[in-house]
Design a protein around this ligand. Structure first.
Ligand SMILES: NC(=O)C1=CN([C@@H]2O[C@H](COP(=O)(O)OP(=O)(O)OC[C@H]3O[C@@H](n4cnc5c(N)ncnc54)[C@H](OP(=O)(O)O)[C@@H]3O)[C@@H](O)[C@H]2O)C=CC1
Ligand SMILES: O=C(CO)COP(=O)(O)O
Length: 333
């Protein structure tokens, strides 16, 4: 039986543990709160994040990272992106020599503008072939209800991607392999920022033309950044690109979309943060994505507009007017 450790008892960590167990793996979930770990072990339910989902009995929870990692073939990381570096520094010495690290996270690190797989390689001192990424249109609540969905498992080493594909393949979760880690990670991180923008449009009462425009031009921004950083353009037309963008920008289940909607309705950033219980990665990562783009001379006007609203307090109406007033240009440039 394949052994997996999943770090993070939030919505996606728990749902992904469920997938792995349903696919036949033995899973240990690491959580930082003893009371939640005890509740999962006693009831096979995560009452704080997925109270309506029963986990297989092969899922155990612990607060001890060494226990979680014992004999693990895959160490799956599902904590908020900005906490990864500090958390992984504590876990890295406990990794087995061949353990593959799997990122479920969709963020870019503030300050360094690094992708999560880059942070993992740096902190765990492993090569790119030891790091995989899972990304796609995977709203945790839908997956937790075992609704059909597909995703991408990416690793520069295709054999590792195939091993992970097998480990998480169930009748309701269909993973495709890809070797374009850069494209998959950028697709996941930047769509959160575009989800914030589309949410704002929703909250302002704007219609489908505006939202389709933001999504399409958002995808153009993702692609432009990705091509500059060496990604494969096909990735952005796939599940980790357009697929995830569509899910996030259309769904009230998306925390980023909901965050944007609240801002568009006139709530302040502080009020919206206070109303948001789960991780909306785009709120912090809009700044690191813009930082990454500027380091590489890539123009990302929608991302910059989101940063203006979320971090510089500019009104959504004013920022949208600014986007519309940009100089006319060809669609492809
Ligand atoms: N939810 C989704 O639909 C999807 C999410 N993702 C990505 O997965 C990642 C995790 O998100 P998700 O599970 O949804 O987030 P949640 O907000 O649901 O859960 C966050 C988890 O991280 C823990 N946590 C928070 N802060 C820290 C910290 N400083 N150190 C250690 N653990 C911490 C929380 O613990 P506690 O409960 O104790 O606070 C909780 O277990 C994100 O990058 C997200 O973008 C990707 C695809 C789908
Ligand atoms: O990444 C996701 C779906 O694929 C989840 O999006 P949110 O983090 O906005 O909820």
């Amino acid at each position: 039986m394949t052994r997996c450790a999943v770090f993070g008892t939030g919505s996606w960590g728990t749902a992904f543990a469920m997938i792995l167990a349903d696919a036949g793996c033995e899973v240990t979930l690491w959580g930082r709160r003893q009371e939640l770990v005890d509740a999962i072990n006693a009831t096979h339910v995560n009452p704080d994040y997925l109270p309506d989902t029963r986990l297989a009995e092969t899922v155990r929870a612990t607060t001890d990272p060494a226990e979680a990692l014992a004999g693990a073939e895959f160490a799956v990381l599902a904590v908020p992106s900005q906490t990864l570096r500090q958390n992984l520094a504590a876990w890295a010495p406990l990794l087995g020599p061949d353990t593959v690290l799997v990122s479920l996270m969709k963020g870019i690190e503030l300050g360094t503008a690094k992708r999560m797989s880059e942070v993992i390689q740096e902190v765990a001192k492993v090569g790119p072939e030891r790091v995989a990424v899972v990304s796609g249109p995977n709203l945790a609540l839908e997956i937790a209800n075992r609704q059909p969905a597909a995703s991408v498992v990416a690793c520069t080493d295709e054999l590792i991607a195939k091993r992970l594909q097998t480990a998480c393949h169930t009748p309701y979760f269909r993973p495709y392999t890809n070797t374009d880690v850069v494209g998959c990670e950028l697709g996941g991180a930047v769509k959160n920022v575009i989800g914030l923008a589309v949410g704002m449009a929703d909250g302002m009462g704007l219609g489908d033309n505006t939202k389709a425009t933001l999504m399409t031009r958002g995808l153009a921004e993702i692609t432009r950044l990705g091509l500059t950083l060496g990604a494969d353009p096909h990735t952005f037309a796939g599940l980790a690109g357009m697929g995830d963008l569509v899910a996030t920008c259309s769904s009230p289940l998306s925390r980023n979309h909901t965050f944007g909607t609240n801002l568009g309705r006139g709530m302040t950033v502080e009020e919206t943060i206070a109303a948001t219980k789960q991780t909306a990665e785009g709120v912090k990562s809009c700044e690191s994505v813009l930082d990454l783009a500027r380091r590489h001379g890539v123009d990302m006007p929608i991302v910059a507009a989101v940063v203006d609203v979320v971090h510089h307090g500019r009104p959504t109406q004013e920022v949208l007017a600014g986007l519309m007033a940009r100089s006319a240009k060809p669609e492809r440039h």
